[in-house]
Write a protein that binds this ligand. Sequence first.
Ligand SMILES: NC(=O)c1ccc[n+]([C@@H]2O[C@H](COP(=O)([O-])OP(=O)(O)OC[C@H]3O[C@@H](n4cnc5c(N)ncnc54)[C@H](OP(=O)(O)O)[C@@H]3O)[C@@H](O)[C@H]2O)c1
Length: 194
Amino acid sequence: MDIKGSVALVTGANRGIGAEWVRQLRERGAAKIYAGARDPLSVSPADGVVPIALNVTDKAQVEAAASQAADVNIIINNAAVSYRQPLIGADLDKIHDEFETNVFGPVYVAEAFAPVLEANGGGAIVNALSAVSWFSFPGMAATALPSPRHGISPTHSALNSPIRAPSWSACTPARWPPLWAITSLSTRSIPIRS
Ligand SMILES: NC(=O)c1ccc[n+]([C@@H]2O[C@H](COP(=O)([O-])OP(=O)(O)OC[C@H]3O[C@@H](n4cnc5c(N)ncnc54)[C@H](OP(=O)(O)O)[C@@H]3O)[C@@H](O)[C@H]2O)c1
């Protein structure tokens, strides 16, 4: 999949690694980048970058984004939340939010955009995973459940299943499992000693 000349969409593009995806896609010659954000005004303006309202937990908004960004051929499922939660005694609303954002969000995005990629002659869906797909630790015990974003690892396999919907045959799913980058998500999840 060539980045040069491509049209990409990044979820959670306003900060952290999402903003870096946007920067690097521009640097590598993407023709247009839709920068999805819950607040599009929080996206740093740049040539070729089109802010787009995109809360990945809001199915209607995801579908509206798929109509608006009908020329896309690369999707980066990057948006996520991570709460520092024990598994026992956790705030269940927060665990639900992790699953809704980190697991179902990318599924809503893949479902809405698969026909778009197909109409554009094929493309790629890149799912940001995490090293905590493979282990859990105190303070991130919710990842044991079987781990949102994290849990998208098995979700990713399901998206890549040979029995996926016909329109998905145009998509090349790819996984991107970063280990560690200092962003608000990682420093919230794991205490950093100075
Ligand atoms: N940082 C690391 O070390 C690390 C390690 C492994 C994996 N990752 C993965 O890398 C990705 C980016 O992480 P990060 O460290 O850059 O996190 P971050 O700095 O906390 O940024 C998270 C981004 O997701 C957005 N977001 C949250 N909920 C959303 C929703 N419902 N709809 C749309 N956007 C939403 C946030 O937007 P708002 O500004 O609106 O909150 C923000 O733009 C995540 O998938 C994470 O699991 C990160």
